[in-house]
Design a protein around this ligand. Structure first.
Ligand code: SF4
Ligand code: SF4
Length: 367
């Protein structure tokens, strides 16, 4: 496999073999057959290879730019590489060089030239109060910009919890009338990639799927890719054996916390939160919130800001015996290592839930 993408990745120190492994891992994360990994690699390489690259228009609405920050720190191969080598990112205010009238011209030219074919990414919620006047770009409300750009899109990616569910701007009392993309757009395929911010590799996976198959991956009832949001944080948490044994940290610095016990009583929302943090991790697979000692806030679920105190335990029962029994029944399917239930060592529990990360791929390539 050759081409500009492979050459560009090589310049970033990513070998062809690592790229192939990356695609295989991506395909496996998305529960696709092994052959899909190569198909994804070929589609990505072909998309960068001279022909017309798929046009992507990215409109930021009511947001904090955290989603862009997250994506531009994605795993290797970098999203920057993907953006500039695989797709034609025709509009993204934070990343593009153009400004003012030039930027607006680029946006309208891309919408016209790629009508019916471009991928539209929205981050941020849509303000609807005062006819959308709370959030405007170039004198146009986000609401109008969405209604103008959506009809020509092949599909829409609602990136981050604000675009997917309204997010922080939608928190009570919601002064701007913030809503999700799907509250406005009803006649286009929309994939929600929630998270505050969302995990970078999830958008890489969705883009790769779209490039390879020309369609969005399978979605759950909230419009999220099942491959990444199919299990709860709790299902895959390495602290789960302690939950099953009823071993809970009572404060953030007690002996239980130091030994890696479950953070449920400190407010962890992992049992009701669907996301891939526990398997994909953050910062090139370095760590994730629960591993760094803080409970999950439930950021990839609707209304997470209004869902009760971050440090208040869920009201669902945490009967250790009941949970251990349930885990025994559901263990195989949920990937819960029940055999760990009687072992109390943090490192043992952690090792039982370790997954191969993309950073690991890089390491193995170096060996
Ligand atoms: S720390 Fe949270 S996600 Fe992990 S086992 Fe405890 S409740 Fe579940
Ligand atoms: S651990 Fe929970 S709050 Fe933290 S990023 Fe993942 S889903 Fe969001």
């Amino acid at each position: 496999m050759h081409g500009p993408l492979i050459d560009s990745l090589a310049r970033q120190g990513v070998t062809r073999r690592t790229f192939l492994k990356y695609c295989a891992t991506l395909a496996s994360m998305m529960a696709l057959p092994p052959s899909a990994g190569r198909a994804m690699a070929e589609a990505m390489a072909a998309a960068s290879g001279g022909g017309q690259r798929p046009s992507v228009i990215w409109l930021p609405f009511q947001e904090c730019t955290g989603c862009t920050e997250s994506i531009t720190r994605s795993h290797s191969p970098t999203i920057e590489g993907m953006i500039f080598d695989m797709i034609s990112l025709d509009y993204q205010e934070t990343l593009m060089a153009a400004a003012g009238h030039q930027a607006e011209e680029a946006l309208h030219n891309a919408m016209k030239a790629n009508a019916g074919k471009y991928l539209l990414i929205i981050d941020g919620s849509v303000a609807t109060g005062l006819d959308g006047a709370y959030s405007c770009i170039a004198g146009k409300t986000n609401l109008d910009a969405l209604k103008e750009a959506a009809p020509g899109a092949a599909a829409i990616i609602a990136l981050g919890s604000c675009a997917a569910f309204g997010g922080l701007p939608n928190a009570k009392p919601n002064p701007t009338g913030a809503v999700a993309v799907t509250d406005i757009i009803k006649d286009k395929p929309v994939v929600n990639i929630p998270g505050c911010p969302p995990i970078p590799v999830v958008i890489t996976g969705v883009l790769a799927h779209f490039l390879t198959f020309g369609s969005l991956p399978e979605l759950d009832k909230l419009g999220r890719p099942k491959a990444f949001y199919g299990e709860t944080i709790h299902d895959r948490c390495y602290r789960r054996p302690f939950y099953d044994q009823g071993k809970f940290a009572k404060t953030f610095d007690d002996a239980g916390a130091r030994n890696g016990w479950c953070l449920f009583e400190l407010g962890c929302k992992g049992p009701v939160t669907y996301n891939a943090c526990a398997t994909v991790k953050w910062n090139d697979g370095t760590s994730w919130p629960v591993e760094s000692g803080h409970g999950c806030l439930g950021c990839s679920e609707p209304d997470f800001w209004d869902g009760g105190g971050f440090y208040k335990a869920l009201s669902m029962p945490a009967d250790p015996l009941k949970m251990a029994t349930a885990a025994t029944v559901a263990g195989a399917a949920a990937g819960v290592a029940v055999s760990f239930a009687n072992r109390s060592k943090k490192s043992t529990a952690k090792a039982g839930h370790e997954t191969t990360t993309l950073a690991d791929l890089e390491k193995s390539e170096e060996q």
